[in-house]
Design a protein around this ligand. Sequence first.
Ligand code: HEC
Length: 129
Amino acid sequence: MNGKILLLVVLSVVLQPRFIRAEEQSEGKRLYQTYCTGCHGASGKGDGPAGKTLPVRPADHTNSKKMNQYSDDHLFTVISKGGGSVGKSAQMPAWGAVLKETQIQEVVGYIRTLSGANKDAAQGQARAK
Ligand code: HEC
């Protein structure tokens, strides 16, 4: 077989758009790092540089005991309408005007990984950044 054609076939299989899709999957992580880590910290422990200056400490999203008490709906409401909407500190801003519903859902999904079974993997990624 012609070596050049074989090479082309191999390349077209390898260069599938799945690499692009891998990035889309971490949309929640990207949003979290853009909007949330300033207060909640790079690994979600609530130790971001801005968070340290607040009178109320930002929630620790790696605390699975605490996070497992919250439904996805609760997390969605807090993120969308702010801490004040659930009787928590209004230092937690409302993101409903900044983020689309689907984006908030992505972020909720990402927060789950911070305290979930694959917590170490998620934190490893955050640290590697
Ligand atoms: C200006 C600082 C700040 C930023 C930015 C911020 N938060 Fe918060 N967040 C807080 C504080 C403070 C609390 C704790 C409120 C309390 O315990 O009364 C909190 C609490 C939370 C909670 C937990 C609520 C609960 O019921 O315990 C979630 C979930 C949350 N934040 C998600 C986010 C997400 C997602 C983003 C980014 C889109 C974000 N936060 C950005 C300050 C911030």
